[in-house]
Design a protein around this ligand. Structure first.
Ligand SMILES: Nc1nc2c(ncn2[C@@H]2O[C@H](COP(=O)(O)OP(=O)(O)OP(=O)(O)O)[C@@H](O)[C@H]2O)c(=O)[nH]1
Length: 387
């Protein structure tokens, strides 16, 4: 299974600076020798894995990245300054592929790992270099070479941080749409047309989380379709569930009954998921008066014997959604990082290559040598269906 956060960017390394032709001209030295300096090399473009990032979303807004050109050489044998490199930070787990050749330029599998993706141009030579016994006043120089330019595809496989639970029509799609800053691509689902709804939510500038809906997938699981189970497994690693309850069902069904049904289903299909921290989010409050909201909410909480956090929102009008997402972000940020819960996850990692891939990333933090031994096969995630 792949949840792919994918962007295309263009990287342009800096051109090399040109060499120059210059001759020493000083009082009393009428025929000074050549003193044209070399240019500086162009800056390179690097990608660097950063564990503080979890999506590629920023690159959807800024697509062209240019490193600085090398400075031209100068007289008096002065070499031009090297162009500055640029380092583009990407989340750990990002793969960079050259769009034209299909060549994988780097798998950024570990925090701090750096890969050059566009090499700066080489500097041109100044005429001082061409001086020889036969040519004392050379007029040659060379130009700097152009920096590499590449179109890159950056791909990141995502784990959902938040699972969204709710009856059909509860407003899950509307909610994800209204809070998402980006929609990751969901690819490679064999045997099924069910596609989970996914969104990247960025409630504050510096942080984001991935939200995924669950319901059709539970139906899939009930039918024995692989995806349902597979997806539930995937979600078992999420940090939080939101239970979205439609407080004003258009068909007049009872929100309390609906809420209980979903929780029962959840317990039936994935006890592990049912044990996850869960928040109750009542939706469509725009359709009701405050009194009606209070009344129906009381019925829901009573039926669920609910004592956890409760949020009232309107996914459609976005009332309450911003606050909710900020609190989710705060909540997720204080959760232990995956490496701290390795023990608990040990079982899941035996079943999915995706998980072993992540595990490998975590393990890799411990060893110090470079990562050239990274095995490509572990990146391409394949679904391993349970029988
Ligand atoms: N008035 C109002 N309508 C809403 C709100 N949220 C969702 N809706 C409407 O409720 C209907 C169902 O919303 P969806 O987002 O499709 O619900 P869903 O949970 O994704 O449904 P499934 O795809 O069937 O699982 C749509 O007509 C939405 O416009 C809300 O906050 N207020």
């Amino acid at each position: 299974m792949k949840f792919v956060d994918e962007v295309e960017i263009r990287v342009e390394a800096g051109d090399g600076g040109n060499g120059v032709v210059s001759f020493r001209r000083e009082k009393y030295i009428p025929k000074g020798g050549p003193d044209g300096g070399d240019g500086g090399d162009g800056g390179d473009v690097y990608l660097e894995a950063d564990e503080n990032l979890n999506t590629l979303i920023d690159y959807q807004f800024e697509r062209i990245h240019r490193a600085q050109r090398g400075q031209n050489g100068m007289g008096k044998n002065c070499t031009g300054k090297r162009g500055e490199d640029i380092v583009l930070k990407v989340p750990v787990g990002t793969r960079a592929t050259d769009q034209e050749t299909g060549e994988v330029l780097g798998d950024l599998t570990r925090h701090g790992l750096r890969r050059m993706v566009a090499k700066g141009g080489f500097h041109g030579l100044g005429n001082a270099r061409f001086k020889s016994s036969t040519n004392r006043a050379p007029r040659q120089k060379t130009m700097g070479t152009p920096g590499e330019i590449r179109s890159l595809k950056l791909e990141l496989m995502l784990l959902a941080d938040v699972g969204l639970l709710g009856m059909p029509n509860a407003g899950k799609s509307t909610f994800i749409r209204s809070v998402s800053a980006a929609k990751p691509k969901v690819a490679d689902y064999p045997f099924t047309t069910l596609v989970p709804n996914l969104g990247v939510v960025r409630p504050v500038h510096h942080a984001s989380f991935v939200i995924a809906d669950i319901p059709g997938l539970i139906e899939g699981a009930a039918d024995g379709a692989g995806l349902g189970i597979q997806f539930l497994k995937h979600l078992e690693r999420c940090g939080l569930l939101l239970h979205l309850v439609d407080l004003a069902p258009y068909d007049g069904t009872d929100p309390a009954v609906q809420a209980v049904t979903i929780v029962n289903e959840l317990q039936q299909y994935s006890p592990k998921l049912a044990d996850k921290p869960r928040w109750l989010v009542v939706n469509k409050v725009d359709l009701l008066t405050d009194e009606e909201v209070e009344e129906r909410l009381a019925e829901v909480t009573e039926a669920l014997e609910w004592e956890g956090p409760i949020y009232q929102i309107s996914a459609l009008s976005k009332k309450g959604t911003e606050q909710l997402c900020k609190e989710i972000m705060t909540y997720l940020e204080q959760l232990p990082k995956p490496s701290e819960v390795e023990e608990e996850d040990a079982q899941a990692t035996t079943e999915f290559k995706w998980d072993s891939y992540h595990q490998e990333q975590l393990d890799a933090h411990d060893d110090d040598d470079d990562d050239d031994d990274f095995d490509d096969d572990d990146y391409d995630v394949e679904v391993v269906y349970q029988k």
